[in-house]
Design a protein around this ligand. Structure first.
Ligand code: C2O
Ligand code: CU
Ligand code: CU
Length: 495
């Protein structure tokens, strides 16, 4: 593939400063070694009203150099893309692994008994057959294991997949919807590969503190993907399914992305963004115009989530190797190549998008303060010097319900994270963002959300329409999975 001048310049720049992602295929400019990007198989449950997922062991050669042991649903790594629409959907999950798992539907608005959180273990050899009562606007959600204290390792091994809730009307909305053609699902992850090219999950103390960040970017489980796109408007459905990496996405040639949906569904109109921050657990849907301009690459700036000041700052100062790894740098997430023989059925951006974003302002009946706490001290983790993870001073306790919310009400939550930025997620409810650090929320935080990166303080209006008894409560937690497992999680009932 021919390289343009800009790609060559970027490639040269990267060669001198070094990129975080060290594999040669990750350098901007030279994509000749790359293979066509694969998309997860579609599992269409819209007409059948049922689907089956089998958690199984697998192996994947991520780099062509070494095989890694993985987990997947119905396949070696990750799972199929579920397409569902509103109504009753019968699920059957079988666990053939040697350890218990759960399957949580992140982004589906379901009652607590269907939610698949840590109270709904599927023991080895067992199955779980919930009926999901789906009733929500079209959106991109996902599913992943949520087992008590082992979510990070199991998700890292591959127990995750995407859910597309559709109403079959995207064509009327003027939105691209041909899966894998002009509607591209991009599951963004990172892996830490050893010298041999294999993946292992052995977090050190610093990994627990900042979350486990990798040195190789995967898109849909592939390290060397090249997305072939048609001329015209292409939709990207982005999911950050990394354990801890925060992406700051942009297009290499400066072309804007037009945001059309957040976690909970469509915005009422598309909004242009130059840079899109996507933290673990978040989804975003954007349109990219490949009509006039040609090929480009999806890039990410390094997000340095190393905290500031105080004890954390002092500690970080002493750890030059770590600060090095977090230095501000950009890297290629996925190159695109326009194939002129292909044409997208959509060649213009929609003016308006029919959406269900109704303002919650003035409806809150009570306030809560949620503080995402990290404390440093000896003996708090693995018997050594470490960080204690908690919410409002209390680490997660699966026996303790933190509070009850009145069903059908709206609450005003002020969520604070004084040290690092933490992606905050609530089960069973969507929220709207009132403010971020006192300011109007950024484009990525408009519309309905279920996960938001809290970098100091956010104010949320949350609508609780789904019931959860104390036996099967909803979770609220940091979606840096190492933090969640270490105790930055709480649970509430809705009655
Ligand atoms: Cu995506 Cu509680 O999880
Ligand atoms: Cu969730
Ligand atoms: Cu966190």
């Amino acid at each position: 593939m021919a390289m343009n001048r800009r790609e060559m310049l970027i490639g040269a720049a990267c060669a001198t400063t070094g990129t975080l992602v060290l594999s040669p295929g990750a350098r901007a400019g030279d994509f000749s070694e790359r293979k066509r990007l694969q998309f997860p198989k579609l599992l269409d449950a819209r007409t059948t009203g049922r689907f089956g997922l089998t958690a199984m062991e697998g192996s994947v050669n991520f780099t062509g150099r070494a095989t890694s042991k993985t987990y997947g649903f119905n396949q070696d790594y990750l799972g199929p893309t579920l397409q569902i629409s509103n109504g009753a959907v019968q699920a059957k999950i079988q666990n053939t692994l040697n350890e218990p798992i759960t399957v949580h539907w992140h982004g589906l608005l379901l009652p607590g008994v269907q939610d698949g959180g840590p109270h709904q273990e599927i023991a080895r050899g067992q199955s779980w057959t919930p009926q999901l009562d789906v009733a929500q606007a079209p959106s991109t959600a996902w599913y992943h294991t949520h087992i008590h204290e082992h979510t990070a390792r199991q998700v890292y091994q591959g127990l995750a997949g995407v859910i597309q809730v559709t109403d079959g009307r995207d064509q009327d909305r003027g939105l691209p919807n041909s899966y894998g053609e002009n509607d591209l699902l991009l599951v963004l992850q990172d892996k830490r590969l050893d010298d041999a090219g294999g993946m292992s999950y052995r977090p050190h103390m610093m990994d627990l503190m900042h979350g486990f960040v990798g040195n190789q970017i995967l898109v849909n489980g592939q390290s060397d993907g090249l997305a072939v796109v048609p001329r015209g408007i292409v939709r990207l459905r982005l999911l950050n399914a990394s354990n801890a990496r925060i992406f700051s996405l942009f297009l290499e040639d400066g072309r804007p992305m037009h945001m059309i949906a957040t976690d909970g569904g469509y915005l009422s109109k598309s909004m242009a963004v130059q840079q899109l921050r996507l933290s673990p657990g978040e989804r975003a849907e954007v349109l990219v115009d490949f009509g006039q301009a040609g090929s480009t690459s999806l890039m990410s700036a390094e997000h340095a989530n190393v905290g500031s000041g105080g004890m954390m700052g002092g500690m970080m100062g002493g750890m030059s190797r770590m600060t090095d790894a977090f230095r501000d740098r950009s890297f290629v997430v996925l190159p695109f190549s326009v194939d002129d023989r292909l044409k997208s059925s959509i060649d213009r951006l929609p003016d308006q998008i029919e959406s269900d974003v109704s303002a919650l302002e003035g409806k809150a009946v009570r306030q809560r303060r949620i503080s995402l706490d990290m404390s440093m001290g000896p003996g708090m983790m693995h018997g050594g010097m470490g960080a204690g993870f908690a919410i409002n001073g209390r680490p997660f306790d699966i026996e303790r319900i933190d509070f009850n919310v009145a069903k059908g009400t709206v609450e005003h939550w002020t969520v604070e994270s004084p040290m690092l930025a933490h992606p905050f997620h609530v089960h069973g409810a969507y929220f709207q963002v009132l403010s971020e650090n006192g300011n109007k929320p950024g484009v990525e935080n408009q519309g309905w959300k279920d996960t938001i990166l809290v970098d100091k303080q956010v104010e949320l209006l949350i609508r609780f329409d789904h019931a959860a008894a104390e036996q099967k409560p909803f979770m609220f937690h940091c979606h840096i999975l190492e933090h969640e497992d270490a105790g930055m999680m709480g649970q509430f009932s809705v009655t």
